[in-house]
Design a protein around this ligand. Structure first.
Ligand code: MN
Length: 287
């Protein structure tokens, strides 16, 4: 049985642009090794926004060396990037953007959501790329709700939407560079959840809503339970109806050197990224 390594809570709230009031749950800046291949997770909301005609969010900015994964729970996000990707996603949808060698993009509340206003809740996850893929071609996967397999867990304990990875033969919608499971789980009160996951891989449970008990520790809203990598079996009790994001993946055991929106393996590569960005090598797009 997997043991709890530690529980991570938000280090505080900050705004990303003027649209995303986020709690930073973890970052490679504080815990690089423990969460690999996951680099960072920001949890936005739940926050109520009034209707508006202004464009809330964050304007053109670059990324290089990793992937940004945006999971919308409530509200809507629109995106545009220099690789030609773009679109608006809503509740249940996921945007999996491979920045790799470099993109310039913008992220805003979708026009539709801005017009109506309401509850906004999303997660943005940064997923590292192995050094051999950091300079791969950028890519954009728009994964709408209907493309994500939804499987029933045993004993009617709830459902898991397989965003990436594999659950007993159901294959996740996202194409990934390294082995990982990213599952959006809705769990019913009073059930014991038992999952078999690859030994040696990173495993963490993020509770958006509700309460679970894992290895005798209570984990509540906006808390991340990081498990030891030993053993395959992960078990936890669902104490209240819960929404939980499972993160599980093969660690990338390579140096991490980051600077703002760039995450590479060395300081030299960071300097090159800054230089390339200043020379306009990340491309352009029209707003
Ligand atoms: Mn971004």
């Amino acid at each position: 049985m997997k043991k709890l390594a530690f529980i991570k809570r938000s280090s505080g709230r900050h705004w990303v642009g003027d649209g995303f009031p986020v709690r930073g749950i973890f970052s490679y800046r504080d815990i690089a090794h423990d969460l690999s291949p996951f680099l960072l997770m920001d949890y936005a909301g739940p926050t109520d926004f009034p209707p508006t005609t202004s464009k809330l969010g964050v304007g053109q900015h670059p990324h290089r060396g990793f992937e940004t994964v945006t999971i919308v729970y409530s509200g809507g996000v629109s995106h545009k990037d220099s690789s030609g990707g773009g679109g608006a996603i809503g509740p249940g949808d996921v945007q999996w953007m491979t920045a790799a060698s470099g993109v310039l993009h913008e992220e805003f509340h979708s026009e539709e959501f801005a017009r109506t206003g309401g509850a906004f809740e999303m997660i943005q996850l940064w997923v590292n790329l192995p050094s051999k893929d950091k300079m791969a071609e950028p890519n954009y996967q728009e994964i709408v709700r209907d493309q994500i397999p939804k499987v029933a867990l045993k004993n009617n304990a709830g459902t898991a939407r397989i965003i990436a990875g594999d659950y007993e033969g159901s294959h996740g919608a996202a194409k990934t560079y390294t082995a990982m499971n990213v599952w959006d789980m809705n769990l019913k009160e009073g059930h014991l959840i038992s999952l078999d996951l690859p030994e040696g891989h990173t495993t963490a449970l993020f509770v958006l809503k509700g309460k679970i008990r894992v290895d005798n520790h209570l984990v509540g809203s906006a808390e991340l339970a990081v498990m030891e990598r030993d053993n395959e079996k992960l078990e936890f009790d669902v104490l209240e109806e819960s929404t939980v994001l499972l993160l599980n993946g093969e660690p990338i055991n390579e140096p991490i050197v980051g600077h703002g929106p760039f995450v590479m393996n060395s300081k030299e590569e960071i300097l090159t990224a800054i230089e390339d960005f200043n020379r306009g090598k990340f491309g352009t797009f029209n707003r």
